[in-house]
Design a protein around this ligand. Structure first.
Ligand code: ATP
Length: 134
């Protein structure tokens, strides 16, 4: 099976780079599965996991929104923030989750509520990726 080159890049630098058989992730328009030879496209990404299939194993990268650019032999993900499983600090994510839940429960204005909801999604995504649950 032909492979596709994947790189995940953030404003802080590269996070992941590898040849993989398939890239699966959630774009804002829905679930995407990308194999070698996919038509070129650009899509905004949701907060979620990028699943990278390599042989019998699947690696996960937690991505906090951004863009995916597909070319027939290459996928580039430009993310606001992204972490491979090994880089995720689970206690930090659990703390961020608690803070966000408290903000959501307390009656604050709409802007704070939306920010807290996004923070909660980022935290849950990191926890799920770390636990390899996705
Ligand atoms: P926190 O409130 O813990 O900072 P956050 O969701 O607000 O979480 P981001 O703004 O998305 O954090 O990310 C800021 C930087 O910290 C990024 O480089 C991101 O990769 C890193 N980061 C955030 N949370 C974690 C985590 N749990 N483990 C490892 N790196 C993290």
């Amino acid at each position: 099976m032909k492979t596709i080159h994947v790189s995940v890049v953030t404003p802080d630098g590269p996070v992941y780079e590898s040849e993989v058989e398939m890239v699966s992730t959630r774009a804002q328009s829905g679930e995407l599965g990308i194999l070698h030879g996919h038509i070129p496209m650009v899509a905004p990404l949701q907060i979620g996991a990028v699943r990278l299939k390599k042989g019998s194993s699947t690696e996960l990268v937690a991505v906090s929104g951004g863009f995916l650019e597909v070319r027939p032999d290459k996928v580039t993900i430009l993310a606001k923030a992204a972490e491979i499983e090994e880089e995720i600090d689970i206690s930090r994510a659990e703390e961020a989750k608690k803070r966000a839940e408290m903000r959501i429960q307390s009656k604050q204005d709409d802007i704070d509520f939306k920010r807290a909801e996004l923070a909660l999604k980022r935290a849950i995504n990191r926890i799920e990726v770390k636990q390899h649950k996705i």
